[in-house]
Design a protein around this ligand. Sequence first.
Ligand code: GNR
Ligand code: NI
Length: 176
Amino acid sequence: MAIREILTVPDARLKQVSKPVEGGVTDEIRALMDDMLETMYDAPGIGLAAIQIGEPLRVIVMDLQENDEKNPRFFVNPEILPLTEDTAPYEEGCLSVPDVFDEVERPTECRVRYLDYDGNEIEEVATGLFAVCIQHEMDHLEGTLFIDHLSRLKRQRAVDKVKKAKRLKDKEKSAA
Ligand code: GNR
Ligand code: NI
């Protein structure tokens, strides 16, 4: 297992549409998921899409880290279907847009179909934070970030903030 670098805006790779995993959940895909989980825990975050570490595949890992217990979840080739017209705002963040948080409005309930770590086909209903997170991650698979749901002004401010922070970090690194 390895901790991988997380891509941040405005990296063009984050805008790619990720490709379905062909040929089921192999050891190679499990190795990718292991790296993703380790990278997500290290960050730390509650979800990660493969494209965030530069792999344009339809793979997501998640651990909502409710009640302090580890509960890793793996989603290969996920599909979602909103189950209600009810929407609710939630203050979202993204490891690819560090230190930016803003409200995004999404359906409160959806059905999720996917292959799990062992390649079993699972179908379940997502509500609460699970619904928010799976929709956020599904967006990544389509090359969409949560800031794409905000106004152009807020999106530009967010990208500028991340660029500025990265410039500062790179400068500190070259000085060291
Ligand atoms: O760690 C994360 N927290 C989070 C908070 C609110 C809504 C969505 C998320 S997902 C994010 C990790 C991430 O960037 N996943 O793509
Ligand atoms: Ni994200």
